[in-house]
Design a binder for this molecule. Structure first.
Ligand SMILES: [Ca+2]
Length: 449
């Protein structure tokens, strides 16, 4: 989703601003799964031309079979495009726009490969954050902020979103404009819409992309993006563009694709502002928990003022109470053994860009570091690794068998699974942090074995 949220993306993510489809985005929060490898900031999603991906030599019969399969696939794609043309025209796309935009569209098999692969890899949050908030990215962010200081300050004044936050989104999404994506968006989206795994979503994006072309903001050859159709410096998906992009330079075009980042960065600030960004409020603060902390309180639904949290022994890492910026929740993205955060409503605003905890923490911490803040003081449980999909299913099955019903075993650690994990942990005298760790899985295995 790149960024998708509005209506756009909410279908899959519950509201990530832009989508999870995008390479830079980790898995959504509800899953509580670690980010996908494809979402690693350094693993750009770029499809290579098909012929580069294939072996140079292969048996003639395989060549023949593959050529036939490709011909059939291309024919099906052309049939789909012809049918889609009618649907697009009923949504305000003119035949002239459609035909001009679709003339050079082709099926990009590598885009489908990306789509299939992204679900399979998982990485622990600390690995993701090591990459997302590397020293190099912090330093590049400070340089980018210095270079664009006047622009970012003007954007901050207009939209009330701090320049460090806008710079951090820029850094996460395109490494400050250096990786904006170089695939033709019409082809990427047509391929994904035709493919059908999330066909409705991508068809809506494709229609929006056609509407953008029709509005004259960009030409089809310049409408480039990453593999899932996220575009420009801050990787807007087409529906987010239509809802939130702004012409900050005043030249009549909303240009998020070109070298000048002004429109893209202002559009990001407009997007965050539109979802309720509170000027001056942190996204979150690292905190320390008392030894007797009740881990049941580390839940999104439990909200207290920082002064009330301080009364329970929850303080900033300095030992001082956190300032009363507003009601806050305690988040333990890697369980009791990892870094603890107090999160404020701005956390949920960043989630509109991408709903994964890792992404939100990455943006927020990168912004803090760009502004001169310290690295996290606590350690992550680095000797642990993320559970694979199969292991998460196994964990759910073992919990249910142990009497802690996860209401299904779909490999997604959502609220029911977290409740089941907490129940099992309590019964075993463990800290009920609700975290699906490998050690928890091993405990369950020992019990059942
Ligand atoms: Ca402009």
């Amino acid at each position: 989703m790149r960024r998708m949220t509005m209506a756009l993306m909410s279908m899959t993510l519950g509201g990530a601003a832009f989508g999870q489809e995008d390479t830079v985005r980790p898995a959504p929060r509800i899953d509580a799964t670690p980010p996908t490898a494809a979402a690693a900031p350094d693993a750009e999603a770029r499809a290579e031309p098909e012929d580069i991906q294939r072996p140079q030599t292969r048996p003639a019969d395989l060549n023949d079979a593959q050529a036939k399969a490709e011909a059939a696939r291309d024919a099906a794609f052309r049939d789909w495009l012809a049918a889609f043309r009618g649907r697009a025209l009923t949504q305000g796309v003119s035949s002239a726009t459609f035909d001009a935009a679709m003339t050079d569209v082709s099926y990009l098999s590598d885009v489908i490969d990306r789509d299939r692969n992204q679900a399979e890899f998982t990485m622990p949050i600390w690995t993701y954050l090591d990459r997302a908030v590397s020293d190099a990215r912090v330093e590049a962010g400070q340089a980018a902020l210095a270079k664009q200081a006047r622009l970012l300050e003007a954007i901050e004044t207009r939209y009330g979103v701090e320049k460090e936050i806008v710079a951090a989104v820029w850094g996460m999404e395109s490494a400050y404009g250096t990786r904006r994506g170089d695939l033709p968006v019409m082809s990427s989206l047509a391929t994904l819409a035709h493919d059908g795994r999330r066909g409705r979503f991508f068809e809506a994006q494709l229609v929006a992309a056609l509407q953008i072309l029709q509005a004259g903001d960009v030409t089809a050859p310049d409408m480039l993006g990453s593999w899932a159709g996220a575009m420009g410096h801050t990787q807007f998906i087409p529906t987010s563009f239509i809802a939130y992009a702004v012409d900050f330079t005043g030249d009549g075009k909303r240009d998020i694709w070109g070298d000048n980042p002004a429109d893209a960065l202002a559009s990001t600030a407009a997007y965050l502002s539109g979802f309720g960004w509170v000027t001056g409020q942190p996204w979150g603060v690292e905190v320390q928990l008392p030894d007797d902390f009740d881990y049941a309180l580390a839940a999104r639904s439990v909200k207290k003022l920082p002064s009330d949290w301080a009364g329970l022994g929850v303080t900033a890492v300095s030992g001082e109470p956190v300032d009363d910026y507003g009601e806050a929740s305690i988040l333990l993205p890697a369980g009791a053994a990892g870094v603890a955060f107090m999160t404020f409503p701005n956390f949920a605003v960043i989630e509109r860009y991408n709903a994964a905890d890792a992404y939100v923490i990455g943006v927020g911490h990168l912004a803090d570091r760009i502004g001169g803040g310290d690295p996290f003081q606590a350690e992550w449980p680095r000797d642990e690794r993320a559970l694979s999909f199969d292991e998460r299913v196994e964990l759910q099955e073992l919990l249910t068998a142990a009497g802690f019903n996860t209401r299904g075993a779909d490999g997604k650690i959502g609220p029911n699974s977290i409740t089941a994990i907490r129940g099992f942990q309590r019964a075993r005298g463990l800290s009920p942090d609700g975290y699906a760790s490998l050690s928890l899985l091993n405990t369950l295995r020992d019990r059942s074995g």
